[in-house]
Design a protein around this ligand. Structure first.
Ligand code: SF4
Length: 296
């Protein structure tokens, strides 16, 4: 994953998504870039590499990522780390829907609203019914809501870029790899952020995912459907262009307001730098532990 290094572009879709959520955080991420790669980020990169080359060669993937990442790495690559990477990879091999892969790690440069963008899409899948899916592998613990998937600017930018290159995207798939790691003991599952796919999956199994739902999934059960879908119409992609222009104009005017969502702040590593805590702005609880939850 490349990091944004300049306010003048070229811009990365992930950074733009951060800018949309909290302009202050996006600015601070350039002024005070993380000094090291977190274990969660490194795990995400290793799993992406294994999926990109379609091989369970964990050692090769670790070596590749060590050479590629510019930030110094933490030295915690232990047996638990290796096992989890393998579980992610094997879960994907076993459960991913049938498809032809058209591209992996598809890199692009494109112009959106007069601004240069660069980025990499994890994969494009051609499905048996002729649809083309834009695929984003995710090792995150947290599943976004359907609302977040439908409004995710990063996905909008990726789909816009594909349109620029003459590729029509029918569906965008957030592949939640953790869904495919089977439970080791019977577990209940409550989800406050529910996607349409998760709700359907739970209904098919007659399983209650609402908060307070008491049913349990048996040992060996998967944790969810894995594939969580959204899509973008042409009209929505036109709106993406307008949103990109609005956000980048904000940079040009040097405007970086803070976000208004406590949920975003609770996982933010800049809560001490941004001043929001001092002003009681976002009801932030400061922990001694620096949060680093930005997995790929
Ligand atoms: S703590 Fe909240 S307001 Fe401050 S930079 Fe982070 S996300 Fe933005």
């Amino acid at each position: 994953m490349k990091h944004q290094t300049s306010l003048d572009g070229p811009y990365h879709a992930t950074w733009l998504q951060m800018l949309a959520l909290c302009p202050m955080k996006a600015k601070l991420s350039l002024e005070e870039p993380p000094q090291s790669t977190s274990l969660a980020q490194f795990k995400g990169s290793v799993v992406h590499r294994m999926l990109e080359i379609g091989s369970g060669d964990l050692f090769g993937a670790i070596q590749h990522c060590k050479e590629k990442l510019d930030a110094p790495l933490i030295d915690e690559v232990d047996i638990g780390f290796s096992e989890e990477c393998q579980e992610f990879f094997e879960g994907a091999c076993k459960n991913a829907p049938q498809h032809e892969t058209t591209h992996t790690e598809f890199s692009f440069m494109t112009d959106i609203g007069g601004y240069q963008f660069e980025g990499t899409i994890d994969a494009l899948w051609e499905m048996p019914n002729g649809e083309v899916w834009l695929v984003d592998w995710k090792t995150n613990k947290t599943l976004p809501s359907q609302f977040n998937l439908d409004n995710n600017l990063q996905f909008g930018v990726y789909a816009f870029m594909c349109r620029q290159h003459g590729i029509h995207i029918d569906k965008i798939a957030w592949i939640h790899l953790r869904d495919w790691i089977p439970y080791k003991r019977a577990s209940s599952k409550t989800n406050f952020a529910t996607t349409t796919s998760l709700a359907q999956w739970a209904a098919e199994q007659d399983f209650d995912i609402t908060p307070g739902g008491k049913s349990k999934l048996p040992v060996g059960s998967l944790r969810g459907p894995g594939v969580h879908l959204t899509q973008r119409t042409d009209a929505q992609l036109d709106e993406v262009e307008r949103e990109v222009k609005r956000l980048i104009k904000m940079i040009k005017f040097n405007l970086y307001p803070r976000c208004m969502y406590d949920q975003v702040c609770s996982f933010c590593g800049y809560k001490l730098s941004c001043g929001a805590t001092l002003e009681g702005h976002n009801n932030i609880k400061v922990s001694k532990k620096e949060y680093q939850d930005d997995e790929e």
